[in-house]
Design a binder for this molecule. Sequence first.
Ligand code: UFG
Length: 338
Amino acid sequence: MESKGNIIVTGGAGFIGSHTVVELIEEGYNPIIIDDFRNSEKFILDRLQEITGVKIIAYNFDCANQEKLQEVFEKHKPSGVIHFAADKAVGESVANPLKYYQNNLGSLVVILDTCIKNNVTNFVFSSSCTVYVEPEETPVKETTAMGYTASPYGYTKQVCERICQDTAYANPELKITLLRYFNPIGAHSSGLIGELPIGVPNNLVPYITQTAVGLREELTVHGNDYDTTDGTCIRDYIHVVDLANAHVKAIEAAKNSKEAVVIYNVGTGVGSTVLDVIQAFEKVNNLKLNYKIGPRREGDAVTVYANNEKVVSGLGWKPKFSLEDAMQHAWNWQQKLK
Ligand code: UFG
């Protein structure tokens, strides 16, 4: 198959990045990874090779390094860039805001500048439903107002979106797609790549799988007195492979786009409570999870799930995997890690 072109993937060894590399290869693209492995593992590159049967091209440096970036752009002449590399821990960002402003904003500025200097016309940015904070309407539409976010991490996503928009309007050749992810979970069905949280996981699904495998004693459900069907918070959990596929579709669609910037919510459109997720995990894997109900976690929104009509019609994308599939794949990955 003739290659559809080179796509630079910053953070390509990370959770969503690595799954996107697989999808890009399956769709005929040639991904070029830039990752400094500060929050990912080198063995993921071997795994990517094992899954795809393709020699993976990867560069190990901080993508805020413009000189090195320029060399890679000159060598590979990418037709598109997907920018994942960023810090993403909400709590850490409160403790160390400058790290987040420097890394998340700094690298974006450098990469966009390098795109313009090298006539790259297609840029996809990893945004998040965190920009809505506590959304004023659900399901959440792209037009739902952004809220005031107390977390520097969340604020970097809002500012990065603005940086992308300003850049796209000033540089009409560069088409930018902002993908606002809801809650990515699961792993590749091979069990060869998946999420690798550092230390004690903050997120629900890695906490569940680490508890089931015996790394954590029990899961605490953060509050069951919310105004929802079972009292626990509602989120839109999306299988990481489906999310990865949305990036490939975004790259394809931008080739013929007349708009400078397009924003998509990437979620399943279905809200699940914390207890729904636990039950799906127990059912599909035939396990009992050790969990207790604890107090609310500060800063949690009650209900966040996507209206995904725009991404379904605009990109011809729809999720293929269920919550159960994701919980089975996450468990498969966790067991192979042990
Ligand atoms: N939860 C628990 N116990 C845990 C972990 C999580 O009950 O041990 C609950 C949370 O309270 C929440 C739900 O599971 O109700 C999902 O929590 P996550 O931490 O997995 O995900 P969040 O929706 O809180 O956070 C995610 C991303 C953030 C992003 C945020 C935006 O991880 O990066 O969405 O809403 F900022």
